[in-house]
Design a binder for this molecule. Structure first.
Ligand SMILES: [Zn+2]
Length: 150
């Protein structure tokens, strides 16, 4: 069976969408970084989406106190989904602090966004954050990486 893996770059600001020209330049930069990738594409969405690894989370932790957040995360997600993830702000049940769903620590990594830059079968392990600099420059935003296997 042939498996596909996707290396997905998502702006750290979930509402950020680059222009078409920036997206094209970002795709070119990712292709240059990953010459063995099968394909590099990008997508823009009308609403914020939650992009995850496509498998169960090993852990979701609160960025404020470091405690396990899985117990309250699902309820908070359901609530945020009602507004198409327009408002990601949450009060952490563990410590009562103010945070947002995009700031939680997801393992494996997950993120919210309206734009994704995707390399199919990238043929690499982890990417160093320095490697992302040319892509971030092209897109004019910071990005984070989500790996997805199908
Ligand atoms: Zn907490």
């Amino acid at each position: 069976m042939k498996s596909l893996d996707f290396l997905i770059l998502i702006p750290t600001d979930p509402n950020y969408v680059p222009s078409e020209a920036q997206a094209e330049a970002g795709a070119d930069a990712l292709e240059a970084l990953l010459p063995r990738a099968h394909e590099v594409t990008y997508d823009m969405f009308d609403d914020v989406r939650f992009i995850d690894a496509g498998e169960a989370f090993e852990a979701i932790t609160c960025p404020l106190c470091g405690k396990d957040a899985q117990g309250w995360w699902e309820g908070a997600m359901d609530q945020a989904a009602e507004t198409e993830f327009e408002d990601l702000a949450v009060t952490a049940n563990c410590c009562g602090g103010a945070t947002n769903l995009n700031a939680l620590t997801y393992q494996p990594a997950a993120a919210f966004g309206r734009f994704t830059l995707v390399a199919t079968n990238a043929g690499v392990g982890n990417l160093a954050s320095e490697a992302l600099v040319p892509i971030e420059a092209a897109l004019d935003c910071r990005v984070r990486v989500v790996r997805q296997k199908v």
